[in-house]
Design a protein around this ligand. Structure first.
Ligand SMILES: [Mg+2]
Length: 225
């Protein structure tokens, strides 16, 4: 990998970022890579951070994975304001870089979609640019996703978006849209950029998911990008 930071962002909230981040972490650990997975900012509970915590098997504490957490299920900036707290970009960057000194690869999960306000005057895009991270765009494979993916790609600086992989999370029951979206998007973005992540019947963040050959194929393709 050419960059120590992979940033897992998405076209929306609840689209599968945490599942993908956890499995990437487990997959890398299986291969003997020293990896951290961070969800620096959480609002509305710390379930995502706890999932990352279990995928790291004690390599980091919950507070190292997620230093900023707010109770209200709101965009993080508003959730922080309700508690009269502030999150500054510089502090988040300092934390992520400090963790990076101890690991070869750092996975960073955003909160919500790319332009969701994470703190005072910054969003996931600012973190990606500041860290020179490789963004991974996670999206549900359903009708409407073509627009959401292209908007997200357009919102990134071209030099960064050029190579950003898109992971389409398969629905439980495929439909006409989910069967035709991947090829159509690949035609626009490039053949190797669009990856189809299978629907998982087992808990998405468990090691059992790694036994799925289609899951491993997606993870390997992401790590090669
Ligand atoms: Mg998540």
């Amino acid at each position: 990998m050419r960059c120590p930071f992979l940033f897992i962002t998405g076209t929306d909230t609840g689209v599968g970022k945490t599942v993908l981040t956890s499995l990437l972490a487990r997959h890398l650990r299986e291969r003997g890579v020293s990896v951290a997975a961070l969800k620096p900012i959480c609002s509305g509970g710390r379930a995502d951070a706890r999932m990352l915590h279990s995928s790291l098997d004690g390599a980091l504490t919950l507070d190292e994975i997620n230093p900023w957490h707010f109770c209200a299920p709101l965009v993080p900036l508003l959730a922080a304001r309700r508690e009269r707290r502030r999150v500054e970009l510089a502090n988040v960057l300092a934390h992520v870089r400090k963790i990076q000194r101890r690991f070869d690869v750092v996975l960073v999960e955003g909160a919500g979609g790319l332009l969701s306000s994470l703190g005072e005057d910054f969003d996931a895009r600012d973190l990606i640019v500041s860290l020179r991270a490789v963004p991974i765009i996670v999206s549900p494979n359903r009708l409407g996703v073509v627009n959401h993916v292209l908007l997200t790609v357009e919102a990134l600086p071209r030099v960064i978006s050029r190579c950003a992989p898109v992971v389409l999370m398969s629905p439980r029951r495929p439909d006409l849209a989910s069967r035709t979206n991947p090829r159509f998007l690949a035609g626009i973005l490039g053949p190797d950029r669009v990856l189809e992540f299978p629907w998982l019947s087992v808990a998405g963040t468990s090691t059992r998911a790694l036994e799925n050959i289609r899951v491993r194929r997606v993870l390997d393709a992401l790590l090669a990008s």
